[in-house]
Design a protein around this ligand. Structure first.
Ligand code: MSP
Length: 475
């Protein structure tokens, strides 16, 4: 039986259209899914959209649409964008689907039965942007730091509460366990541990006034809190889809840093209360900033993946996003920096190498040898620990087989000056290295791998490409 690997992205709110932030998480998950498939794993890669809650209902109203019409429209945009970016998700989940809603209700019923839910009154400050209650301490100048343009609402309502505080000792033990390394990178783990030790209150998991949501079991006047509904997506997909039951628990939830608490405290506590196994790991990455500023609609600096594709092509965009991935800290990007990197690494680096070697090898009628390539152990180690930027750095800079090393070899040995057997031996050796590079590029740049393998196709003569792989771009 094949080993299984289940990996997820957050499900994105439909109040926003896809941007580079959503794209980085999705591209990295795609690369990890492709890598595991190449190793022979049976992979389940899940992404989707989070469609309930006040935020979505408000955005729909602004557009004069019903929340469902609005969600249908925007979730389609996400689907189209992922298709354009060549994302290989196995399923796209929508929280408004009846299959998902049913599992959410069953889940709540189960924890209700386990006596983990009670009714109470909640009074607090609600940020619609985050869809969560904030404490006074979390505010900056009376505003939510993540949504400074939105007003904070004081809400008093009757809610159903989940006994989150009861799980604190178990969660601390789980997170501190060095063997399982539940949360990483390390800085995120420490952040959650210190918050957990500061004291945790029970959370309300229903909303009385928000109508756009899953009906709360046993009380028609309430809807399920949108975060509870959303988190259950990771589990629900494995229940209502055929042949996916064995994929739970997930191997990895890849998320951004701002939703760490939900994924590493609320979600595992919910699962424990429902007697379900916990996901194996949660990785929280940093954020992109653009020219050292927060990316935001009001600043007009949001980078869309479609604009990136128009400029750099699909794999060019995938590479630029993955190589600037904010894997531990935030990562600053700008159009100028992206173009500079595209020209240096793709046009001059990879593209130039392929075209020089292909031109010479075609002239020499070299027949490509069928060689077996495997992932290098240093690359393996990096990708398995989500060290994405280092992993790509390795493909460019490995001293034995990296792109720079092969370009250097070509130049220093002045291969074009050689002739006869000496020339064909050198070209065969270099083509072998290019095929190795191409194999390692596959998780990140699958179309490029396909193109390189059609230029240097085993058993055939080399075919110089009709178009350059990565044409230079003017700044
Ligand atoms: N719907 C919730 C998630 C529910 S998951 C059960 C949500 N959605 S979101 O649309 O706001 O997407 C958040 C995710 O988008 C982040 O966790 C991160 O993966 C990505 N990013 C959004 N902005 C980002 C940046 N500026 N930089 C990098 N990634 C960011 O939260």
């Amino acid at each position: 039986m094949k080993r299984k690997y289940y990996i997820t992205t957050p499900i994105y709110y439909v109040n926003d259209i896809p941007h580079i932030g959503h794209s980085c998480t999705t591209i990295v998950v795609d690369a990890l899914a492709r890598y595991h498939r190449k190793l022979g794993f049976e992979v389940f890669f899940l992404t989707g959209t989070d469609e309930h809650g006040a935020k979505v209902a408000q955005s729909a109203e602004k557009e004069g649409l019903t929340p469902q019409e609005f969600a249908d429209k925007v979730s389609e945009r996400f689907k189209e964008t992922w298709k354009k970016l060549n994302i290989s998700n196995d399923y796209f989940i929508r929280t408004t689907s009846s299959e998902h809603k049913k599992i959410v209700q069953q889940f709540i019923e189960k924890i209700y039965k386990n006596k983990e839910i009670y009714k109470g009154k909640y009074e607090g400050l609600y940020c619609i942007g985050c869809e969560k209650f904030l404490t006074e301490k979390e505010l900056e100048d009376g505003k939510c730091p993540l949504h400074p343009n939105q007003a904070i609402e004081k809400q008093i309502e009757e809610n159903y509460f989940f006994r989150l505080s009861k799980y604190v000792p178990t969660l601390i033990k789980l997170i501190k366990n060095d063997k399982t390394n539940y949360i990483f990178p390390q800085n995120k783990r420490n952040e959650i541990l210190s918050k957990l030790t500061e004291g945790v209150e029970d959370v309300s998991i229903s909303r009385e006034k928000i109508k756009w949501g899953v009906e709360f079991p046993k009380d028609k006047d309430h809807t399920v809190y949108v975060w509870v509904d959303a988190l259950i997506n990771y589990y629900s997909a494995t229940r209502f889809l055929k042949n996916k039951k064995d994929f739970w628990p997930a191997d990895l939830h890849l998320i951004g840093k701002e939703i760490l608490w939900f994924h590493t405290v609320i979600w595992p506590a919910m699962l424990l209360s429902a007697d379900l196994p916990l996901p194996k790991k949660v990785y929280a990455h940093g954020f992109y900033t653009i020219d050292n500023q927060k990316m935001s609609k009001s600043l007009g600096n949001v980078i869309s993946p479609i604009d990136l594709i128009d400029k750099y092509g699909v794999d060019g965009s995938r590479y630029l996003i993955a190589s600037s991935f904010p894997q531990v800290n935030d990562s600053d990007i700008s159009w100028d920096k992206l173009t500079e990197k595209y020209n240096a690494d793709l046009a001059n680096g990879l593209g130039n190498l392929i075209s020089r070697v292909a031109r010479l090898a075609q002239k020499e009628k070299i027949i490509v040898k069928d060689i077996k390539v495997e992932f290098d152990s240093s690359y393996d180690k990096l990708i398995r620990s989500q060290n994405i930027t280092e992993c790509l750095f390795e493909i460019w800079n490995n001293p034995r087989w990296g792109i720079q090393a092969v370009n250097k070899k070509f130049n220093e040995e002045k291969i074009w000056k050689k002739s006869g057997k000496e020339l064909s031996n050198s070209l065969e050796e270099i083509i072998g290295m290019i095929l190795k590079i191409s194999h390692h590029l596959y998780p990140f740049m699958p179309q490029t791998t396909k193109e390189i393998e059609s230029i240097f196709s085993p058993g055939k003569t080399v075919k110089f490409p009709a178009k350059p792989l990565f044409p230079r771009i003017a700044n």
